[in-house]
Design a protein around this ligand. Sequence first.
Ligand code: ADP
Ligand code: ZN
Ligand code: ZN
Length: 742
Amino acid sequence: MPKPNTSRGPIYLRTAVPAPLSQLFDYLPPPAHNGSAVQPGVRVLVPFGRSNKVAVVVATGTEPGVAAARVRPAIQLLDSLPTVPRPIMRLAQWAADYYAHPLGDVMHGILPPPARLAKPLPSPYPHRWRLAGGDAVAPQSRAPLQSRLLEQLAGAPDGLDADGLAACGGGWRRALAALVDKGLVEVSRHYAPPARFGKAPGGDPPVTPNAEQAAAIEAICTSLDEFGVFALEGVTGSGKTEVYLQVMHQVLQRGCQVLLLVPEIGLTPQLVARVRSRFRYPVAVLHSALTDSERYRAWFAAREGHARVLLGTRSAVFAPLPDLGLIIVDEEHDASLKQQDGFRYHARDLAVVRAQHAGIPAVLGSATPSLETLANAQRGRYRHLRLRQRTGSASFPVLKLVDLKRRPLREGLSEPLLEAARTHLANDDQVLIFINRRGFAPTLLCHDCAWAADCPRCDSRLTLHRGKKKLQCHHCGHSTAVPAQCPDCASEALSPVGEGTERIEAAMRERFPGTPVLRIDRDNVRGRDRLEQVLAQVAAAEPCILVGTQMLAKGHHFPRVTLVGVINADRGLYSVDFRAPEQLAQLIVQVAGRAGRAAKPGEVLIQTHNPEHPLLTLLIDKGYPGFSDAALRERRAAALPPFARIALLRAEANTVAHPSRFLQFVRDTYAAPASAGGVQLLGPVPAPMERMAGRYRAQLLLHSSARRALHDFCKTLRRDLEQHAQSRRVRWSLDIDPQDSL
Ligand code: ADP
Ligand code: ZN
Ligand code: ZN
């Protein structure tokens, strides 16, 4: 539609309005504005239904999409320059199209909260004051407070912030305002780099890369001016981060910005600290645990080019970076890079698209690359870079299986694991026990009548949390007191069945009195500070035992851990989710990577009832590459992603019948045309957990061997369903490339 306005007719603004509708909406420019200077990416306040909304102009043109008489004027233009710069607009449009998600909702999601308000963008930077015109001589004032302020400012040619002026005495703000009114003092707002910036770089000086690192750095740095994707595969401790840092350094020195995406920043304080201490360039951090104003400041600093490195979680892939020269995705296999509700995008995949648009390299790093990334490497689309050795004297730990069959288990712990723990602790080393379940026990059972504590709102059991003295549902958050007796038969013989972190912690304390036991899970370690505290404790501690969930598997270095125990590998082997084995293998390798990072070799014991399972034996004998080759062959044979494309149409409602009825209707209506286009509809079936938080859920699987075919079908389906009466009875969503619940 964008055409120069050669006719004399009005110019229309085509806008993305925050609403769950795929359609774009046309408006006339606000009264007294001819619209000719409006650029895409500018925000505009428009009347929509009965309210006003902040929309984003996507294009301008001379022909409205609906009858000209129905086009209403916008109320107000909110920006003179685009809030959504061109590359972000392009990425958002690509994403809305690929994920078959309304552009208005995509836009709304990527705007920081202050930009969602009908106001010009505020500066998030602190105020600074200085003498008007850069005077070096303090003008006089008869008011004593004013003259103190003037003197203070005369000594600070770069100006002073509130902290620097407050010393002049109470009431300084009013006195200062008077000086600003008189034109003697100017106020401005400047980027103030985060406090930690500027600290002398310490702790992590650049090292001389080994041969494999040097080859990787060279490969990436010789193609900084073109699009290319590098899959950087290296076991934990092989020096991937060092490769990132050295490549980043070159990019920064060329005057470009770097975007570094990570799955969860809260879990990687060490990475943040390492990036900050390495460079003399300002680093901004963007993630969901920040306050709105902190997030906005980071976003703004990135957009203004003040921050040269942006380290962020998945939504940072949409941050404006005018000088972007490199995108790195760390732990690219991690499922939390995929948004699981609303606009369900995958930040890794969008990072690649963004790099392609910008003509720059993208680096996808992991010790355990996703099968998608490996398939792309095999096809020659991505360049595969490998770091096979651990740096320094550390070697990768030896993995062993502990066959649980017919073995006595005490609190989930086998004798070989306890024995190994004894040996390692006696050597003054640390032990890490991994169990992917919080709480004390996943079930509370009546020994006399077999009553079990179920969640009243979900198809699941309540987890016993002994510390909090609560039964909790890990799916909906429902929480209740622990009953003293069975509600069915009044027996007091209620027994916890199964193990969680709390129970393992208690068992280890009992077995190893005198050895500190630290539990790391979301119940015990909330917030960044607490995690750093615990990590410092571990670093300082003599022999100790760490018990934790996957929080332990990510990012941290525990140089003194030499034994890792995996309590139960069986859950990942028999899941209905076809990605479960991949996730299990990744988790085992990631946890194993925590061990033996210093000079001593590590040992990993994996408890299982299925020691002959091919997945486990491959992983043990051939490592992750052996496993992933076999897993890729299996996926190909089964026509599963990455060798086919899938999407899930999910539906939920308060009644059990509506979701499946709705999905059956979709199937009846679309199966034939879909199949003609090469897309198969499978189901509907109930979701793996049919009832969650009081709602019933079902799903329909869409499968195709061709991306294009699936994509076109999803777009049509979405547009139809938005209009269809059937879809009002349920809450539905379309998930392209779903990562879970199959
Ligand atoms: P990864 O990100 O793969 O886990 P890191 O980059 O964190 O690995 O490296 C692990 C440790 O080894 C870090 O302490 C790092 O400083 C150090 N290191 C990395 N590369 C080298 C090297 N070439 N020589 C010596 N030490 C190195
Ligand atoms: Zn009972
Ligand atoms: Zn529940």
